[in-house]
Each structure stands twice: as structure tokens, then as C-alpha cells.
Design a protein around this ligand. Structure first.
Ligand code: FMN
Length: 189
């Protein structure tokens, strides 16, 4: 499915986005637009990569009514495009796999950033593992900042059972999950 072209100009300055950024763990029941999804994918993908080998794979777990015009399911994400990977609203299962951090199930969409280490370790050996872990930090920070610039919120989730997340998403064996990032309109308590 093609997504709207991501915007290259926004209304929130980089400084404002950095200043506002914080981890948000309460989300409204409000759908995202396909344009917002596209913008977030662009931000997550537009990151530096050691040797330009791009070991990261981005998945979106879309809930029912999570994104306007997009069915619930898991999608593989590329800039400007999502590809269905697995159908169904899997947010509860994803939250359970993340040590029952149930606010994850409230978010209309969660990104799962996975890595195919081989792409980088093939060239850099053991040091490639370090490079991949650094890179996922770049992607995560871009998602944080793009969320703030769109009036959305997110939190980086590192506490989860790798095998359970892989199984919920039916990830290919080579794609190892590193970060889960639920995204939605932040609901202040
Ligand atoms: C590697 C990493 C893993 C994290 N894992 C979780 C997590 O599993 N659950 C959670 O609620 N927050 C998680 N966080 C978010 C931190 O708790 C949060 O960034 C920290 O409390 C600072 O707050 P701030 O992001 O609002 O500045 C994680 C952050 C990082 C960088």
C-alpha cells in the first residue's frame, strides 16, 4: 500500500521537539492518519548506518481503527509504503510479550524495530553488533522527535521477551527485535 509522500517541512522546530520530548505511556483512542504513519516511517528510516548497510527492519503493528484506511495487522515499512505481513489486531499479544506493559495495547500503532545483524557483521565482524545497537538508537530517537513534531507521543520499550515478540509478529528468524515503540495521541493523566 502506498502512503502519502512524507513532508520535509514542519511546524515544530527541532529545538522545540527536543525540548518537548519525553516518554509517553498513556494514549487516546484516536486513529492516526496514513500521512502521520508515513511521516514516522520516514523519520525512523532516515538514519545513519555503518557502511550504509542498513541492518534495521521496521514493522508497524496497527490496531483496529489504528490508522485511517489501514486494516489491523502487522506491516513491513519502507519509506512511502507498507506491505501486509500478518493480519489481525495483535496489540494485546504484543503488550503481553512486553512484560505486560499494557499501555502498549492502548496505542493505535506500535513500531517494532528489528535488526538483521548479519548485514553488518558480515563486513565488520563482532564489532558490527555494536554498530547495529547504535543504529537502533538513532532510529528510536528520530521516532521520538517526529512524534513530538506531529503532536503525538511514544516511549522506547526495551523490556520484552524477544522470542514472544518475534512470535507475535511472525518475524523471519533473521530479524531480531530490538525496540518496541507504541505511538498515539498522548493522554495526560
Ligand atoms: C534502552 C531503553 C529501554 C527502555 N525500556 C523501557 C520499557 O521497557 N518500558 C518503559 O516504560 N520505558 C522504557 N524506556 C524509557 C525510559 O524509562 C525513559 O526514557 C526514562 O525514564 C527517561 O524519561 P524520558 O524519556 O521521559 O526523558 C526505555 C528507554 C531506553 C533508552
Amino acid at each position: 500500500m502506498l502512503l502519502p509522500e512524507p513532508r520535509k517541512v514542519g511546524e515544530v522546530s527541532l529545538e522545540e521537539a527536543i525540548q518537548r520530548r519525553k516518554s509517553r505511556r498513556r494514549f487516546s483512542v484516536r486513529s492516526l492518519t496514513a500521512a502521520q504513519l508515513s511521516q514516522l516511517i520516514w523519520a525512523a528510516k532516515k538514519v545513519p548506518s555503518a557502511g550504509a548497510l542498513y541492518p534495521l527492519e521496521l514493522y508497524a503493528v496497527v490496531g483496529r481503527d489504528g490508522v485511517e484506511g489501514v486494516d489491523a495487522g502487522v506491516y513491513r515499512c519502507e519509506i512511502g509504503r507498507i506491505t501486509p505481513h500478518k493480519p489481525g489486531d495483535l496489540r494485546l499479544e504484543l503488550a503481553s510479550a512486553c512484560l505486560h506493559q499494557m499501555f502498549i495495547a492502548e496505542a493505535p500503532v506500535s513500531f517494532v524495530i528489528a535488526a538483521e545483524y548479519e548485514r553488518t557483521t558480515r563486513r565488520y565482524g563482532e564489532r558490527g553488533v555494536r554498530y547495529v545497537l547504535i543504529e537502533v538508537g538513532h532510529a528510536g530517537q528520530n521516532i521520538y522527535l517526529q512524534c513530538e513534531a506531529l503532536g503525538l507521543g511514544t516511549v522506547a520499550i526495551g523490556a520484552f521477551h524477544d522470542d514472544e515478540v518475534s512470535s507475535v509478529l511472525s518475524l523471519p528468524r533473521a530479524h531480531r527485535p530490538l525496540y518496541v515503540m507504541p505511538v498515539g495521541y498522548a493522554r495526560e493523566l
